[in-house]
Design a protein around this ligand. Structure first.
Ligand SMILES: Cc1cc2nc3c(=O)[nH]c(=O)nc-3n(C[C@H](O)[C@H](O)[C@H](O)COP(=O)(O)OP(=O)(O)OC[C@H]3O[C@@H](n4cnc5c(N)ncnc54)[C@H](O)[C@@H]3O)c2cc1C
Length: 360
């Protein structure tokens, strides 16, 4: 229940950035979180569930576990005006402050148990195949190949990527180290080729590529990246606030450029840095500070600014290894693996959300 005169903060997207804002602001204003699903999924950990479905128990966190006070609307935002948000299921929610954190569009089940069931099905698909084709050599395709190669070394894994090298979102050294590691685990990597998915459906076994190669595989996984969840904004008052890639233009306080009460954070923004969850979390912290200041009547000059970070990313290669790019160094093997690949930052993220790092 909203107290009289309590400021209304509406957050669009309960992913890495939005869920942290909801958790941090719930006791300082009247917060409404709008997300199409009932849970927050730790996105960088979900590929482990494909080889170990029970891992999903810790990475799927019902929003109500960390967001106990505000309103939760399980639906997608479909329109936004200067004063309110409209959702797909017909809610009209008035805001004083809006935070847009819709990241990438990913049509996953609404209910946690259905998502857990999906993990089991994907695991079964892997278990029952002798040969597996992975399409896409970005972080998702590489990490999935790594998981399967380590947990199911007897399966024949082929990874096809249409670009000239793996992991194009970071430096060439990281891509080279990854290629070497995958080859050492008998993953066949084909670069500069695209798979014609019409040439084979699951169960048909022979896939053709753009250069005429054929690949035999019992099943395939499409890991070509998800679109930004900003298409719906193109029909709204914010249509001119998107850049040519559909990213929201923000100022140094992370407000939508030229607007005083609308913020955007995470992968959806045009901040010139690689899109990473730990950066989305830093942005969430900046917005929480700025919103608290604005709500409590603090001075404008006290507002927190956000500066883009240099490239830093760790890509896991199965349970023990990883490749990491830091600002001055790129390394592969057990050291970066020790940082990320065992627990995939799940305990750390749960702790940040105020939850027990180990249990459900
Ligand atoms: C394989 C892989 C590995 C990665 N590894 C790492 C890593 O090790 N470390 C790291 O820091 N980052 C990593 N990342 C990147 C990280 O996952 C993203 O940067 C992060 O998820 C971005 O957070 P976000 O909150 O902006 O968006 P998301 O986490 O994508 O959340 C967006 C949320 O918005 C919701 N939504 C979408 N549309 C609407 C709508 N219309 N209305 C309401 N809600 C909506 C979605 O359902 C979702 O809940 C990895 C990414 C991948 C693919």
């Amino acid at each position: 229940m909203r107290k009289q005169n309590e400021q209304r903060v509406v957050i669009l997207g309960g992913g890495v950035a939005g869920s942290l804002v909801a958790k941090s602001l719930q006791f300082h204003s009247h917060v409404t979180l709008i997300d199409p699903k009932e849970y927050f999924e730790i996105p960088w950990a979900n590929l482990r569930t494909m080889v170990e479905p029970s891992f999903g128990e810790r990475i799927l966190i019902n929003h109500r576990e960390y967001f106990t006070k505000g309103d939760l609307v399980v639906s997608s935002a479909v329109n936004v005006t200067e004063t309110e948000v409209l959702t797909a299921d017909g809610h009209q929610i008035v805001y004083d402050y809006l935070v847009i954190a819709t990241g990438h569009a990913d049509p996953v089940p609404k209910i946690r148990t259905d998502r857990l069931h999906q993990y089991k099905e994907e695991n079964q698909k892997i278990k029952s195949a002798r040969s597996i084709l992975i399409i896409g050599g970005g972080p998702t395709g590489v990490e999935l190949a790594g998981e399967i190669a380590v947990d199911f070394p007897d399966k024949k894994v082929t990874l096809v990527h249409k670009g000239p090298r793996l992991l194009e979102f970071i430096g060439a050294k990281a891509g080279d180290k990854t290629l070497k590691w995958l080859k050492s685990k008998n993953v066949e990597v084909k670069l500069e080729q695209a798979v014609d998915l019409k040439s084979a459906a699951d169960g048909h076994k022979v896939y053709r590529t753009s250069v005429g190669d054929t690949i035999e595989a019992d099943c395939h996984f499409l890991c070509t990246g998800k679109p930004l969840a900003s298409a719906w904004l193109k029909e709204t008052v914010l249509r001119n606030d998107l850049d040519v890639h559909g990213r929201i233009k923000v100022d140094e306080n992370l407000r939508v450029k030229g607007r005083n009460n609308i913020f955007a954070i995470g992968d959806i923004t045009n901040i010139p840095e690689i899109k990473q969850g730990f950066l989305a979390q830093k942005q969430a912290e900046v917005v929480v500070k700025n919103l608290r200041l604005m709500i409590e009547g603090g001075r404008e000059c006290w507002r927190e600014t956000y500066k883009p970070h240099s490239v830093m990313a760790i890509v896991s290669l199965g349970r023990y290894d990883a490749v990491a790019q830091f600002p001055l160094l790129t390394i592969g093997g057990r050291i970066p693996g020790f940082i990320k690949s065992g627990d995939l930052f799940v305990g750390k993220t749960r702790k940040l959300m105020g939850l027990n790092p180990h249990t459900e």
